[in-house]
Design a protein around this ligand. Structure first.
Ligand code: GDP
Ligand code: MG
Length: 443
């Protein structure tokens, strides 16, 4: 991944005042490869690298992050920035119905999206109407009707007498229909072609003029990769659009199309489709897409794993114990918590790559394997009574435990001290109402 490659690039770099130009150039090469691998269009890659270089050159080498981490942080921030920062919400018309028009090439996923949007809007308490304006393909109207039925929303389709063959007329009539039947959002599904086509653009522009959409969403298949730029530009010029929907993210596309489209058109990706089912749909999250583009999804999944290690059940158990009083927290609990933290040790390296996680990494690193093993040996040399009630561990018991576990008495003293510290901390947390964190970790 990019993070590994950057770490290798900076292997010999100890923290200095600033990153040097040579360091930045080496870095730029790695970022370039990562972006091209993610199918970001070349001109977009160039512009992006230039931006990152400028920022990295001016950046002070931070104390908390190593240079590779710092560059990743800059790259990530710039990516998230271009992808739109916070997710933009749909704009609803002051005077219903709100009109959302879908545009894009054939096969991009417009009709499927109409159903997903319909379901999503309905779940939010809206009364959406899906409008079939793709009259090019024989089965298109039927496809939309099926999707609408599955989504449990209404559909407006041409019938004999209401604009058969004329999508502009159907679009116009549907707005009137929505108004009288009190549908508050109209989703207009349009025809696409396999390639960019003047006649198609004209039709889309005519539909646009007939219904004055509040939002025109450009729907684009994430799998088309590099072509996303030309397609997006053509639709921007031919029809114009306010937002982007990226589809087929369930495939193995790394999502470079998102960056290309956002950079070239300045329009935000608003939704992401990741499957053929109606629920395979979500608001677009720039931060998640940034890590996907950088190939750092593995980092995130490891973090999720780490969080799962401190499973909710475990936390609940501990919280229940603490509710009965801090005395319930025994040396056995202390040991099992340390072992949980050790399980996370293997991912500490990756945790450190993420902004804000640096301090956790340091905590975990300070708990090395030998330490956990030593603590385990000492605790296992205690009697069950001693583990339950460590207050009874007097001088002669300490000597016995030290002999049994092959350590100096001072190590036993140290452990007992740490245990009482941890218990105090736990009890403070319990009083504060928080879920216990990681007692026993120094620092
Ligand atoms: P349209 O021509 O733009 O209306 O595209 P359709 O909605 O008909 O979708 C074209 C094909 O892509 C259909 O087979 C859909 O089931 C499929 N499709 C649409 N969205 C997604 C998606 O997010 N993931 C996957 N895997 N397939 C999708
Ligand atoms: Mg369609």
């Amino acid at each position: 991944t990019l993070s590994d490659r950057l770490a290798a690039t900076f292997k010999n770099l100890r923290s200095r005042g600033r990153l040097s130009e040579a360091d930045i150039d080496a870095t730029a090469r790695e970022i370039r490869i990562a972006l091209l691998e993610a199918d970001v269009a070349l001109p977009v890659v160039r512009a992006f690298i230039k931006q990152v270089k400028t920022r990295a050159l001016g950046a002070e080498v931070s104390q908390a992050l190593n240079p590779a981490q710092q560059v990743i942080k800059i790259v990530n921030e710039e990516l998230v920035g271009i992808l739109g920062g916070e997710t933009r919400r749909l704009r609803y018309a002051k005077q219903p119905p709100t009109v959302i028009m879908l545009a894009g090439l054939q096969g991009a996923g417009k009709t499927t999206l109409a159903g997903k949007l319909g379901r999503w809007l309905r779940n939010q308490g809206h009364a959406p109407l899906l409008v079939a304006c793709d009259l090019q393909r024989p089965n298109a109207v039927n496809q939309l009707s099926v999707v609408a039925e599955r989504a449990g929303v209404a559909v407006y389709a041409p019938q004999p007498g209401n604009g058969v063959g004329d999508p502009v007329q159907v679009a116009k009539d549907s707005i009137e229909y929505a108004r009288t039947k009190q549908f508050d959002v109209v989703v207009v599904d349009t025809a696409g072609r396999l390639g960019i086509d003047a006649e198609l653009m004209q039709q889309a522009a005519d539909i646009r003029d007939a219904v004055s959409p509040d939002e025109i969403l450009f729907v684009v298949d994430a799998m088309i990769g590099q072509d996303a730029v030309t397609t997006a530009q053509a639709f921007l010029d031919g029809v114009g659009f306010d937002g982007v929907v990226l589809t087929k993210l369930d495939g193995d596309a790394r999502g470079g199309a998102a960056l290309s489209v956002a950079q070239v058109t300045g329009r935000q990706v608003m939704f992401a489709s990741n499957g053929e089912k109606l629920d395979d749909f979500d608001a677009f999250h720039p931060d998640r897409m940034a890590s996907r583009i950088l190939g750092m999804g593995d980092v995130l999944s490891l973090i999720e794993k780490a969080e799962a290690t401190f499973s909710q059940a475990e936390a609940q158990k501990m919280a229940d114990k603490l509710a009965r009083g801090p005395k319930e927290f025994t040396l056995d609990d202390f040991l099992s918590q340390m072992e949980q933290v050790r399980k996370m040790g293997s991912i500490s390296k990756l945790l450190g790559m993420l902004p804000g996680m640096g301090h956790i990494k340091e905590q975990i690193n300070s708990l090395d394997d030998r330490d956990v093993d030593r603590v385990a040996a000492i605790i296992k040399s205690m009697t069950p009574a001693e583990r339950e009630d460590p207050k009874i561990i007097n001088g002669s018991r300490r000597a016995r435990i030290a002999r049994g576990s092959g350590v100096e008495v001072s190590a036993v003293n140290n452990l007992v001290e740490r245990f009482f510290e941890a218990r105090k901390m736990m009890s403070r947390m319990a009083q504060g109402g928080g879920v216990p964190g990681m007692p026993g970790i120094p620092g």
